[in-house]
Design a protein around this ligand. Structure first.
Ligand code: CDP
Length: 215
């Protein structure tokens, strides 16, 4: 079973992906971490994440260390990630790794769940289940604000909202693999739902899809 899970920043993809992976025995790949690793590496090398040649070289040379960098979840790295993610050759470099993960999930897992922006549209258009999580900008900014606070930072609410708006716009307006729901995705607005409710709605949809696929 392959589950594609897409959506904008802080819509709840990470939490849902981890819960679905545990529930169905799937391997999970957070594809945003790949773009973050590339963006973070370019920043560490003192480069400009918008510089295609540098970003492509960073994607080609990516190491385990880049993927585990301590600042991977920082806002600076998030912005750098969305800049390198707009470069088609960077996306091309990361494509095979993602498809291979979906087709041959590690650890003998029964399948895979990949979360990102273009999983249902580009990486795994043949996925058994496609989910698209979304939420209002305010709800997502509030979640990111709390997440940053919980991590010990002192975020400023307006800055969080502005940075999120900027990144969403860059992700949605780019030419290659823009953020959008696949035509056959189940779109779930999580603005007024807690993690348990999102999980329950997703499981219900997955069961329905699997039943109709078997029929
Ligand atoms: O955690 P959050 O949802 O804020 O972001 P993320 O999933 O870690 O993704 C960071 C950035 O990587 C996004 O803003 C996108 O620009 C890019 N990305 C992408 O282009 N395609 C993907 N499949 C996943 C992430």
């Amino acid at each position: 079973m392959i589950i594609a899970l897409d959506g904008p920043s802080a819509a709840g993809k990470g939490t849902l992906a981890r819960r679905l992976a545990a529930h169905y025995g799937l391997a999970h790949l957070d594809t945003g971490s790949l773009y973050r690793a590339v963006g973070g590496r370019v920043l560490r090398e003192g480069g400009d994440p918008g510089d295609a040649a540098h970003a492509v070289a960073a994607a080609a040379a990516l190491t385990e260390e880049d993927r585990l960098a301590g600042d991977l979840r920082s806002e600076a790295v998030g912005q750098a990630a969305s800049k390198v993610a707009a470069i088609p050759q960077v996306r091309a470099k990361l494509l095979e790794f993602q498809r291979d993960f979906a087709r041959n999930p590690p650890g003998g897992a029964a399948g895979a769940i990949l979360d990102g922006r273009d999983i249902g549209t580009v990486i795994c258009p043949e996925a058994d289940v496609k989910l698209f999580l979304t939420a209002s900008l305010e709800a997502r900014a509030e979640r990111r604000f709390r997440e940053l606070q919980a991590a010990g930072a002192a975020p400023i609410k307006r800055a969080v909202l502005e940075e999120m708006t900027l990144r969403d716009r860059r992700d949605s307006e780019r030419q290659t693999a823009p953020l959008m729901p696949a035509h056959d995705a189940f779109v779930l607005d999580t603005s007024a739902l807690d993690a348990d409710q999102v999980f329950a709605a997703a499981v219900e949809h997955v069961s329905e899809r699997m039943r109709s696929r078997r029929a």
